[in-house]
Write a protein that binds this ligand. Structure first.
Ligand code: UT7
Length: 324
């Protein structure tokens, strides 16, 4: 029987055109550029236009990832899309993206693990490919969190932005792939902490979409410890040492969280990819956007080992090691 691994063929990211700066927010709520920059690292974020949906952003990112890999929609037989802001309650946003890309074969579905969603989606696609069940997958993180933000709540509205990122994973024989591919994925969750970060609406509770609620400083502490746990576990499972990681592309919720994690684990600051300054927290999209920017800048080339980790509502937390 063949032994398969999932190899990255392409990555792409997409941000909506409209930009909302800290100064813009200062007009809307009692906040300041100084507070937001010092506490989070964020300077601006992109916001979807009226009528611009999560699936629009996702499809645009997917097209870029396919293009980067020299592939077309016909090459894809699986779409796993991570989002907490789907176009509709159902059908899955993945099927809407599938249709926008003109794909009529294979399977498409969503996963819901909020900020950890991209790593959960990666794990799901990786398992299907490793079993030989599908050949090439689009793994997408896409969000329009601007739609579930309470824009009068300064403690949350300054933090989030909209965007999407996508990665094409291809099944390859282990003998051909060599050392490339997804080396490990670590997934964890603990539902006891739901009330620290949640949306106060949904089909089965209020029949509304609801707004995001967060006890930020509590979430912060958990984020630092759980992301560190996932990093250690993913690196161990990959049979690597932290020093062998070329780039750390973490979830972007707060620049201070990633700096603390890097410091705690001995990852040099110049190996950590930050883009929260420009995009804020795009939730499930942060990691694939970070990967796509790193790829475009030439940081991720064949033989590069990249580590990603995330933490989010649930709580969920996750880490992954990939070798390009
Ligand atoms: O991706 C999912 C996971 N999410 C996260 O990991 C987010 C984790 N949390 C955080 O990033 C940080 O906790 C925040 C950025 C949300 C908040 O920063 P903090 O340093 O933990 O501040 P704090 O919540 O302890 O609030 C400090 C003060 C408070 O005022 P008082 O009570 O000390 O008078 C807040 O009311 O800052 C005030 N404050 C603000 N002031 C100006 C809160 N938000 C703002 C604001 N502008 N936007």
């Amino acid at each position: 029987m063949n032994e398969y691994v999932s190899v990255v063929r392409g990555v792409g990211g997409h941000l909506p055109a409209r930009v909302l700066t800290n100064a813009d927010l200062g007009v809307m709520v009692d906040t300041s550029d100084q507070w937001i920059t010092e506490r989070t690292g964020i300077r601006k974020r992109h916001i979807a236009a009226d009528g611009e949906t999560t699936s629009d952003l996702a499809a645009a990112a997917a097209r870029k990832a396919l293009h980067a890999g020299g592939l077309g929609p016909d090459d894809i037989d699986l779409i796993v899309l991570a989002t907490a802001t789907p176009d509709y309650t159902f059908p899955a946003t993945a099927t809407i993206v599938q249709n926008k890309l003109g794909i009529t074969r294979g399977a498409a579905f969503d996963v819901q693990a909020v900020c950890s969603g991209f790593v959960y989606a990666l794990a799901t696609a990786d398992n299907f490919l490793a079993r030989g069940q599908f050949e090439r997958a689009l793994v997408i993180g896409a969000e329009t969190f601007s739609r579930i933000i309470d824009w009068s709540d300064r403690t949350t509205c300054v933090l989030f932005g909209d965007g999407a990122g996508a990665l094409v994973l291809e099944r390859q024989d282990k003998a051909i792939a060599g050392d490339r591919g997804v080396k490990s994925v670590h997934l964890r969750s603990d539902g006891r902490y739901k009330d620290m970060l949640y949306v106060d609406g949904g089909p089965s509770t209020t029949q509304t979409v609801g707004h995001l609620k967060m006890i930020g400083n509590q979430v912060f502490k958990h984020a630092v410890s759980k992301i560190s746990e996932s990093v250690r576990a993913a690196v161990d499972q990959a049979g690597r040492h932290i020093d062998e990681v070329d780039w750390f592309v973490p979830h972007q919720a707060n620049m201070r969280i990633n700096q603390m994690v890097a410091h705690k684990l001995g990852v040099p600051e110049d190996k950590v990819v930050h883009n929260i300054q420009r995009y804020g927290n795009t939730t499930a999209a942060t990691i694939p956007i970070g990967l796509s920017e790193s790829f475009a800048e030439g940081k991720l080339c064949e033989g590069t080992t990249v580590l990603s980790a995330a933490f989010g509502s649930g709580f969920t937390w996750a880490g992954a090691v990939m070798r390009f």
